[in-house]
Design a protein around this ligand. Sequence first.
Ligand SMILES: [Zn+2]
Length: 223
Amino acid sequence: MSEHGREKRDAAFKAAQVSVLLNAALMTMQITIGWLAYSDGLLADGVHTLTDLAADGMVLAVLRLSATAAHRSINGQDDRYETIGSLLISLLLIATGMETLWSSLAHMTTATNVAGASTVHASALVVAVFAIAAKEGLFRYIMSVAQRTRSTILVASAWHARSDAISALVAAAGILGSMAGVAISDRLAAAVIGVMIARMGFNLGWKTFKDSFGRTASEPAGH
Ligand SMILES: [Zn+2]
């Protein structure tokens, strides 16, 4: 591998590791405070961050496999590993989204949330707002590395961080609504987050499928 190639690979690894550290810290805060402050929305976003950690693990595995393949000079392997990794992440997101939606709908029919309370504590709002800022910062950082290293899996990972910021925004809105006296808004936020996670997974899976299988099919047409 060239000096330049090694440099790019190290930058990609570093970006994935930064994502792991940030998500681990965020998940701990979201689940702990989500539970203590009685927020279903923040809890749902915490579970979401847990799947983000799993996705990070897959990104790291794909980067490692790609690096090994490049080392062995096997052309075309990079794409194949990235495709499998992206498809696995998409399946994970779809499953988590459905689970989150399902459990929040189940809680919607009762007057209380998971922890058995009807109003959310303000500390949940602080964590949700922090999550918005952290995920938006992560999006910008990973995207800059993705463009520099031309890594498709890092581009996917960056867009994921951006939609995570929007998911945290939904959680914050739900918490605000609950604090204003509309208790169901927090549960509604959890349901919306579930749909968002599943939709993200579907879009990623579809895009990966089109990019890797559609491309070969349309090649004779001269694209
Ligand atoms: Zn996510």
